[in-house]
Each structure stands twice: as structure tokens, then as C-alpha cells.
Design a protein around this ligand. Sequence first.
Ligand code: AMP
Ligand code: MN
Ligand code: MN
Length: 323
Amino acid sequence: MDKIIQHLQQSGPILIASHINPDGDAIGSSLAIGLALESLGKHVTFYTESPIPAVYRFLPESDRMVEEINAENQFQTAIILDCGDIYRVGDAASIIEKIPTVINIDHHITNTKFGNYSLIDTTACATAEIVYRLIKKMNVPINNVIAISIYTGIMTDTGSFRFSNTNKDSFAICEEMIALGADPYLVAQYVYGTYSLGRIKLLNRAIDSIEISKNGKLSVMTVTEEMFDETNTKPDDVDGFINYAKGIEDVKIAALILEQHKNNGNKGTSKTYHVSLRSDETVDVGEIATFYGGGGHSTAAGFSIESPLAGIKSKIFNLANKL
Ligand code: AMP
Ligand code: MN
Ligand code: MN
């Protein structure tokens, strides 16, 4: 951590980036570290390949995220947050790799330790927790915008303090963030209380799609493009749905298969699927996701796959035989 701080103190323009389809931790930890560095007089650019989901746009300064960066030569340092590997940032990875210093800050067990410096703590409940410690060590005062960002990162990555990554530090840091200006009701209201009616109808269809393995230990939820069209919703709206499949008694692994259209330029579009996996603490789904080219944590992981839906389902249901 000391070397990273020394480097940042003397660094020129800094790029802050996190993963595609950003969640509350990706956005919150990016804003927190970026704003802290700005208060030290640094020139900071925030990058995200995918647009910020509507529920996170309440975060002050989130409108500063840009969706394109043209050249690596305008930056001296890149800080990559909440990404197990550099390709999680999306298409800009090839540009970011050329930035002279890459700093990798993350809590995924599958992290590849890319970059010139890495700050990885797989026991941290969120990347926002690691960023909190870094900001403290840099002696930067935490203003209310930084506090709201860190609070949102921890609240969302712990599923509102319900998931197995929740620990006493999650509460201690959040207590401090509340004292520094994060309003828990307001954040919860924006993140969980501003859903469109279409999203609730999509949830209805998603719940209806749940299938259970013969032994009752594995559940699969499927969300198709057709469901999005029927309910006028987008993939962002699926955030959190998998917890319904996971919450069924006796279920050890829950999977959510999300159909997505991939744009192949002038060759049109093809179908691709994102598979999210959740487990109770007895099964390591990070390993399963890594096997299929993805990654994550032992109890929450994901991968993308381009093969027919029926084949994906049968691969997933086969996992039940080992449970
Ligand atoms: P998700 O199911 O997409 O919410 O992701 C669960 C966890 O797995 C998150 O911590 C993600 O960062 C990670 N993850 C999801 N998809 C991938 C992937 N394709 N490659 C690496 N990690 C992933
Ligand atoms: Mn994330
Ligand atoms: Mn995270």
C-alpha cells in the first residue's frame, strides 16, 4: 500500500476504471478513490464501458464517468477497481494495458494479479472497503460524497449486510460513513426503491422461469431478450434477481442465465449468455466460473458463454449431481 501511495503522490493524470456492467461497488469504489485523489490536486478521469445503471445515478459526480477513452498517452497511471482480470474493463483493456503504471485494487479470489502494483484483499467485503483503507492511509479527509460512495459499495456488495462476505468491518466502516454524511435510508431508497413497474413485471417472469434439479439442490433462473421486450426493461434490471433462486430451501447453487445480444459490427448480432452463480458456503462457484472462462468469489461468480441455451442448462444441471 505504501508504494502505491508514493506512486500516486507523484503521478500525473490518472485514469480510474472498473468492470463492464458496473455494480454499486464498481461505481462507488471508483468515485471514492478518484475524488480522494482529486482533493490531493490530481487530474482524474473516470471511465466505464457500460452506462451507469439508473439506480446508481443518484451518486454525486457519477455523471462524470466517460464511456470512451481515445489514447493511453494522456494518462500516467490507471487504477483498475473490482476487476479480477484486466479484460473485465471491456474493450478499453488494450488501451489501458499501455498506460505506464497500472494499479489493480480488488477483492476477487480469482484475481490474476495483473498490473504493476496490486492491492488485493479477498477478505474485504467490497473493493470499497479496500479503497476506504487506502484513503485513510493517504490521510485524505472523507467528505460526504466519498462517504456515500463507500457506503453504497459496501451496502450493495454485501446484499445489504446479508451475504457471507459481511463482517464486522462492513458495519464499522458503514457506521463511520453514516457519521460522515451517508444517509442509509436515502441510499437504500435510490438503490432498491426506485424500480420501474416493468422491472417488477420482469421479476415476475424471472421467478416463473425457475427450474430446480431433481435433488432440489440447484436452481436455474432464465431471463430472455423476449422478457425484456415484453416488459420494456434492460439487463441492468436483473440486478439482484438471482437471490430469489438462491433463497429457496435446500438450494446450494443458484444460476441465472441472462440472454444478451452481442453486436458483431457489420456481421449483425448473435446471442450470448451471461451466467451468474451463487452458492452457500459449501461450494466454490468461483472455481466453476473460472473453468468456463469467467471468475468471481467462492460464493458469487459469473462467466459468459456462446452456446445454445439447452446445452448451457444441461451443463449447469449436471453440477447438481455433485451436490
Ligand atoms: P454477477 O453474477 O455478474 O453478479 O457476478 C458475480 C461475481 O462474479 C462478481 O464479483 C463479478 O465481478 C464476477 N464475475 C461475473 N462475471 C465474470 C466474468 N465473466 N469474469 C470474471 N468475473 C466475473
Ligand atoms: Mn463488482
Ligand atoms: Mn466487488
